[in-house]
Design a binder for this molecule. Sequence first.
Ligand SMILES: [Zn+2]
Length: 118
Amino acid sequence: MNCSCGNSESFEKCCEPLLLGKATATSAEQLMRSRYSAYVHQKIDYLIETTHPSTRKLYRRKDIEKWAKESKWLKLEVLFSSENFVEFKAYYQDKIGKIHEHHEKSNFIFEGGKWFFE
Ligand SMILES: [Zn+2]
């Protein structure tokens, strides 16, 4: 079975080691994919830890948790990625059953040996 991020690798080989802190992302796209999987698996701490300290205050834990838990995550589509940028669409169903397409262009920063969502 494919990983929750949509890769053909299994979750155990793809995103799980990152979510468990056993591995770190080696590219912006890998970090982005693992962050999507973190929403699927409700790893809120991972989402906070992988947000760069300079922008972390813009995101409230409560809001992240609510969005992660109240949504049924359907699919991730990576449209474009470069060294420090990923454009993607995440599809999810909200608690009243409406399907949403979340289109985002994200920047990433490599600092201290780790990738962060900016
Ligand atoms: Zn994955």
